[in-house]
Design a binder for this molecule. Structure first.
Ligand SMILES: NC(=O)C1=CN([C@@H]2O[C@H](COP(=O)(O)OP(=O)(O)OC[C@H]3O[C@@H](n4cnc5c(N)ncnc54)[C@H](OP(=O)(O)O)[C@@H]3O)[C@@H](O)[C@H]2O)C=CC1
Ligand SMILES: CC(=O)N[C@@H](CCC(=O)OP(=O)(O)O)C(=O)O
Length: 308
């Protein structure tokens, strides 16, 4: 049996990558619209209602409009945009944190943001286990490859090779903060400072913890052990080992990956910890997560087609 899939936004950065990766899969048949019709409302409505699965790779407003166009109760949706990540009735598409069964049964799945994937992977299991406080004002620094900003940011970085670092969201209201707070069950919104570096893809997400000053008294070993236990059954998320070189590198030449690797570094007296997540913004941060969720929703092996 093949499942029909319509990718709305298939000409964009995320959509193209998903389309290429599904094209070689016998389990799926892609419904496509040619360039002249891909923004035509009537053509999109028809495709949205004809598909078993719809993957939305659109700006937020267009994603909301697409969902409103679906008028049957059979088509299931995975939305890669920010539009529905804390919306009622949507399952957060992070199976390692939300639960596989919830994703498997869902009609509406919202794919996590790329930065949020790193933050939530590090913090949610530790708060849930009671090892880190839910009412702490967490801080998160991150750098992303420029493909994270879609076609417009790719064009800008490829036209201006002189940008070495681009800090943004300087008003502290990045669109991923609500899902970071909600999915970790935090009482206070985390302070999030993202930046872009001149690499096409890849990202590092860091949560520094002044452990000695925090309530709870958890040791670095207890935090490391809890993360390792939480992800023990996962083929996608794993605890990485400390690099012998004493440095972590994000290389501009890194290829695509759907892995999410987590690291914990502590100082000698265990008073300070750096939690770090390494992922591909276009992999587990976007297309890899969509494909993993699609596999689970379609009852297929979870890691089919993933680059692990
Ligand atoms: N890039 C990344 O790393 C990640 C992106 N996402 C999210 O995925 C979504 C897509 O992002 P990305 O692929 O980067 O963005 P792009 O800008 O690369 O692609 C968006 C695509 O949507 C098309 N589009 C816009 N409006 C409409 C419409 N009304 N009807 C049909 N098509 C439309 C655009 O058309 P045109 O080509 O004509 O501009 C474009 O092809 C966004 O919500 C983004 O936030 C999520 C996680 C990571
Ligand atoms: C580098 C860059 O610009 N990144 C994007 C987030 C990419 C992502 O995860 O997008 P969605 O949340 O829309 O899904 C940003 O900060 O807006």
């Amino acid at each position: 049996m093949t499942h029909t899939v319509f990718i709305d936004g298939a000409a964009g950065t995320t959509g193209l990558e998903i389309a290429e990766r599904l094209a070689g899969r016998a389990e799926f048949t892609l419904l496509t619209l040619d360039d002249a019709r891909r923004k035509d409302a009537a053509a999109r409505r028809e495709a949205l209602n004809a598909a078993d699965f719809v993957i939305l790779c659109l700006p937020d407003d267009a994603a909301r409009q697409a969902v409103a166009m679906i008028d049957n109760d059979r088509t299931r949706v995975i939305d890669a945009s920010t539009a529905h990540r804390v919306a009622p009735g949507w399952i957060y598409g992070f199976p390692e944190v939300s639960g596989h069964d919830a994703v498997a049964q869902a009609a509406r799945v919202s794919n996590p943001g790329c930065y949020s994937t790193g933050f939530i992977a590090l913090v949610a299991p530790l708060v849930r286990a009671g090892l880190l406080p839910a009412d702490w004002p967490y801080i998160c620094h991150a750098v992303s490859g420029y493909s994270g900003g879609g076609k417009a940011l790719i064009e800008r970085f490829e036209a201006d090779r002189d940008i070495a670092w681009r800090g943004y969201a300087l008003a502290l209201g990045h669109k991923h903060v609500p899902e970071m707070q909600a999915r970790c069950g935090l009482a206070v919104a985390p302070l999030f400072s993202p930046a872009v570096v001149p690499a096409h893809r890849g990202m590092m997400v860091e949560v520094p913890l002044p452990l000695a000053a925090m309530p709870g008294g958890a040791s670095p070993d207890a935090l490391r052990g809890a993360l390792a236990d939480h992800y023990a059954g996962s083929a996608v998320v794993a605890m990485g080992t400390a690099p012998e070189s004493g440095e972590m590198l994000l290389r501009a030449s890194d290829g695509g990956s759907d892995r999410l690797d987590l690291f914990l570094f502590a100082n000698a007296d265990a008073s300070q910890v750096r939690l770090i997540a390494r992922l591909d913004n276009l992999g587990k941060g976007a297309s890899g997560a969509c494909i993993q969720n699609l596999n689970i929703m379609a009852g297929l092996p979870e890691t089919a087609g993933l680059r692990l």
